[in-house]
Design a protein around this ligand. Sequence first.
Ligand SMILES: C[S@@+](CC[C@H](N)C(=O)[O-])C[C@H]1O[C@@H](n2cnc3c(N)ncnc32)[C@H](O)[C@@H]1O
Length: 338
Amino acid sequence: MTLRLSNLTVFVLNSPSSAVVAQRLESQGAVTVVGEASSFLNDANPARFALAVIPGDVASAMVEQVIDHASEWGIPVDDQRGQDVDQQFRGGQGIVTLVGGGPGHPDLITIAGARALAEADVILTDHLGPYSLAEEAARNGAEIIDVSKLPYGKQVAQERTNAMLVEKATMGKNVVRLKGGDSFIFGRGYEEWAELAAAGIPVRVIPGVTSATSAPAVAGFSLTHRGLNHDVTLVSGHVPPGNPKSTTNWEALAQMTGSLILIMAVKNAAAIAEVLMETKGGRAPSTPVAIVESASMSEQRVTTCDLGELAEVVEREGVKPPAIFVIGEAAGKRMELA
Ligand SMILES: C[S@@+](CC[C@H](N)C(=O)[O-])C[C@H]1O[C@@H](n2cnc3c(N)ncnc32)[C@H](O)[C@@H]1O
């Protein structure tokens, strides 16, 4: 690739490593424009320029416009479409993007997250989140590595996942770590980031829509109601009350009045309901509960009951992960969805 950097404007169109590329070019004396080129380009401003990064299908109209102007003004352009120019500009340095994929439906990932997946060389994914988007990327050539931690099923050790992230990025790959919901809500995002930072690998973060709030929302529940509750608490139920490994003050939670959201709590729902009711000043057995399983996906199921009957309902209905429990008065108000 030919780059004439001095006195040239270099366009770096939207791509996962735009910031890295821009920094690199600037250090070489180029004037970079990341993203929008259209405002800069007009007939009155026939600037000399080079094209630096033109990823796959992104911003194709803008790319055409740049190329049209270039030939109009007799400026040589290196058309890099279809090539892995990001990698060239990273100088072989890989990057890992931690993408929060939302609760599962592919429309509930962010635009930035979907774009990162579409441009990835390698995707490390769990069973949660928009797996179909990873499959789509695989059909376009991305390598998919399943690093699921299934409750009571396949368990890829976190150390192995960390090692694979480092290994693939060290090979110069554009790696996406796709998580369900948000990577930093019980998602091990911090641990993965720390491991990558220790290995000197650049990390980008694309937040996601956590299931903790989106599962109730798609099922018609508001976690807050004016005049009804002023607090919302998110708790993992993967360690039962009374277990010495638990860091949760269940008695304090029992005495609160707002919405309690439980994540990873199917197995311990009965024990949690018990401590919430039996604590002095705790929740009444009549407290409403909403259970949302597989939120936003075709198999979504919503079950409502009272706290006093939660253990029996979970058993009888065969409630399965992934599920979110909402306990509190807000769970008693469900909007009927069209
Ligand atoms: C390891 S945690 C990951 C949470 C994720 N990082 C997030 O922000 O949503 C897995 C738990 O998230 C919840 N979960 C994830 N996706 C869900 C969905 N679509 N419907 C209901 N619960 C979900 C379940 O409680 C599941 O056991």
